[in-house]
Ligand binder design. Sequence first.
Ligand SMILES: Nc1ncnc2c1ncn2[C@@H]1O[C@H](COP(=O)(O)OP(=O)(O)OP(=O)(O)O)[C@@H](O)[C@H]1O
Ligand SMILES: [Mg+2]
Length: 330
Amino acid sequence: MITAVVYAESGGTFKTTMTANLAVALSRMDLDVLVLDLDPQTGNLTSLFDVGEDRSDPNADNLVKHILEMPDGDFASLIETSPEGVDIVPSHDMLSDFTSNLEQKITYETGVKDVSREEYPRYELLYRLLWEREQVNEQYDVVLIDPNARAEDLLYNAMYALRTLVAPVKPAGKGSLSLDGLEEMVGNMETELDIGVGLSCVVPCGVGQTNAHKQYRDRFETTDAFATPVSIGSRESLMDAMWEAHGSAFKVIEERWKTYEGDDGMVSERGKRRVPDRELETLETIWRLAGFIATDTFDATVPEELVLDIVDDGTETLQMAGNGHPEVAD
Ligand SMILES: Nc1ncnc2c1ncn2[C@@H]1O[C@H](COP(=O)(O)OP(=O)(O)OP(=O)(O)O)[C@@H](O)[C@H]1O
Ligand SMILES: [Mg+2]
């Protein structure tokens, strides 16, 4: 079983983009992938994949009701399958009020049972849902979580359930600061949850051509503190197109989605993108990252190659071994 929470403390480090791309890469390795979206904010994985129609309906069954053991239906009916074959438990507005709903449950439970508030296992609820009540390991090979941004109940439930972290980081003036911050964050989670948290890898994302960015990437790639198997270049055009294609960077390239200025504003269309080599390199980098997580962190066996079928433009083959060259910027 491959399980990972995609998280780094600072906001906007391309977590949702990375979760979506890893989910699709792993699914194209013939693995059955389930992704949980725990982020109630707009611009989340649910809107990226265009699922979760009922996310604002307070009466609709949703993940929070299942975590808190008051479901309105089967867990299986929460799951939606994206056209790329990834299963998703979409976000719901109730995730924003998770802590207050949890507090109510704890008040009730401590009232009727012989447990104190302190003893109540508030961070173990998602673990119990996934592995004890639903046994998702029987149906899936991979579970990924795109958590909410704040370090609170939901994030801790995600970490307690999945135990492994993939940390995308973004170049900023303070590369070494975020290195220290990561170690501290993992340490804090371990103390708070009383479990071992494995840091699978750190992935610098959005690395441009400036010296500052290159130095930042080098600092991460040369540290012994954790693995940095790849870094991902600055790829705004490719990654932004994912939100129009409602799918991964693999979909953007194979279906050749392009966003451009039309007569009535911006339009997005299939079959229009000219795919530059650097974008194919980025896909290969994502393929290798998924391979690293599957093999190095979880000892799975995965295919070496992925053949892309590009609309009206033949095929391209991505290799797991890669050529080892750092990516060039947009
Ligand atoms: N490698 C990249 N280079 C440049 N831009 C990128 C890259 N990856 C993603 N982006 C763009 O950055 C924006 C933010 O990405 P994303 O939503 O994945 O971040 P996030 O960490 O999930 O943010 P939040 O903290 O709000 O959840 C998106 O518009 C996305 O298309
Ligand atoms: Mg996000």
